[in-house]
Design a protein around this ligand. Structure first.
Ligand code: HEC
Length: 98
């Protein structure tokens, strides 16, 4: 019973995430980002990664997964930990670069 509710919540969150205009705008923003902006996000992500990810389990290194896998995993972890959008972007930038 609890498991069914949990799955429903995850699916609803994913549907909102994929469907909302905000998600599309932010993906586009990332494509248009300057190298300096990428660098700033990377540094921010490097600082936030151990803080956020060690809360629930050992922080997993970026090299462990392919960039497309990190997109999916971070969507999941973000839901579990309720991370802010800006910090999620920064950690993604950091994980994908390693
Ligand atoms: C709120 C708790 C929580 C936080 C914070 C959290 N995780 Fe997780 N993570 C989990 C749980 C629970 C699992 C295993 C069960 C699951 O997949 O839901 C997991 C599993 C994973 C896995 C394994 C997935 C796989 O397919 O091998 C990876 C990788 C991961 N987390 C990365 C991260 C990263 C990177 C961060 C930091 C941005 C993070 N997690 C932050 C709770 C968390």
């Amino acid at each position: 019973m609890m498991k069914k509710i949990f799955v429903a919540i995850v699916l609803a969150t994913l549907a909102i995430g994929f469907g909302s205009p905000g998600a599309r705008v932010s993906a586009q923003e990332q494509d248009n980002m300057s190298p300096a902006e990428h660098k700033r996000l990377f540094r921010e992500g490097a600082k936030l990664w151990p803080v956020y990810c060690n809360t629930c389990h050992n922080a997993r290194p970026g090299g462990e997964k392919a960039p497309y896998e990190w997109d999916m995993i971070m969507m999941h972890m973000r839901t579990l930990g309720n991370f802010p959008q800006e910090d999620t972007q920064a950690i993604l930038e950091y994980l994908k670069a390693r």
